[in-house]
Design a protein around this ligand. Structure first.
Ligand code: FAD
Ligand code: FES
Length: 265
């Protein structure tokens, strides 16, 4: 873990309540892997006190990007930062997706719901460079919740979209779009990030079809590196379950280890 107290904002784009920020942080960029995250101190005045976690959306040379949606005070304040300001960040943190060499030459499915697309762009880039063919499924409530669609298309990714209200692409949940498409192709692995009900449905579909799947879980995080126990979730280990720190052992877990909400006793 590297602490970079002066990561400079070198680029910023916005769409409604979604923001893409490019940060110059050479040492963190150098070590970042898809599915890992950074913890961002929002401002120097300790309000909000706790750093906020963001997936690494991409890396390019000395820079990393984060892509976020305004959810409350911290993300609202972050969205108001401008180019040339600096941020105090920690990273790269956690364990990412397993984009192994064994996926070379195979088709894989990447499923992002809303801001859950954030870590999947980095993953799609890595999979492409290792020779896997990614199909990206990108879902949102409405067309404005798909701000990265054009960029992903421009980069030549095979992308299918869904909106809950039918304003763009398949009408319905992205989990249902994936289910329909799985009648036509069988990916070697499914990677997903998004709201828990979406991931739970995808996990069920993957299990029915015997497709290995990995999910990036969210939890409220106080520190991001194992010190506060704020992020624990129950995870299947051996024949039982254990309370596991998502920040250290995750945030990415294989489907078979995840205890989805209604399963909790
Ligand atoms: C590993 C990880 C990676 C993430 N990556 C992204 C990303 O790439 N893009 C993105 O838009 N969001 C991401 N999130 C969620 C993001 O961290 C929260 O939206 C953000 O912390 C909310 O802060 P806030 O002060 O704006 O909201 P608050 O006013 O604090 O709360 C608003 C909502 O956000 C939830 N929340 C608050 N603090 C946290 C926290 N520390 N962790 C998780 N949820 C929290 C609250 O339960 C509440 O529902 C990620 C979360 C985790 C755990
Ligand atoms: S966020 Fe502190 S232990 Fe995980």
């Amino acid at each position: 873990m590297i602490k970079d107290p002066r990561a400079r904002i070198v680029g910023k784009e916005s769409w409604r309540d979604y923001f893409l920020m490019r940060l110059e942080s050479p040492r963190i960029a150098d070590r970042s892997r898809p599915g890992q995250f950074i913890m961002v101190r929002i401002n120097a005045h300790h309000h909000p006190l706790l750093r906020r976690p963001f997936s690494i959306h991409s890396k390019n040379g000395k820079t990393i990007e984060i892509f976020f949606q305004v959810a409350g005070l911290g993300t609202d304040l972050l969205s108001q930062k401008n180019t040339d300001e600096t941020l105090d960040i920690l990273g790269p943190l956690g364990n990412g997706f397993k984009a192994e060499a064994e996926l070379k030459g195979k088709a894989v499915a990447l499923v992002g719901g809303g801001r859950g697309i954030a870590p999947l762009y980095f993953l799609a880039q890595e999979l492409r460079s290792s020779g896997a063919a990614s199909r990206i499924f990108y879902g949102g409530k409405t067309r404005a919740d798909l701000p990265l669609r054009e960029n992903l298309e421009k980069q030549g990714f095979d992308i299918s979209c869904s909106t809950d209200d039918g304003s763009f692409g398949f009408k319905g949940f992205v989990s249902d779009l994936l289910k329909a498409e799985l009648k036509k192709f069988t990916p070697a692995r499914i990677f997903a990030c998004g709201p828990e009900p979406m991931m739970k449905k995808i996990s069920g579909t993957a299990r029915q079809k015997s497709i290995p799947a990995e999910f990036s879980l969210e939890s409220v995080m106080g520190c991001g590196f194992g010190a506060c126990w704020g992020c624990v979730k129950r995870i299947k280990r051996g024949d039982g379950e254990e309370l596991v720190k998502i920040c250290e052992e995750g945030p990415v877990f294989p489907a078979e280890e995840i205890v989805w909400e209604e399963e909790e006793g």
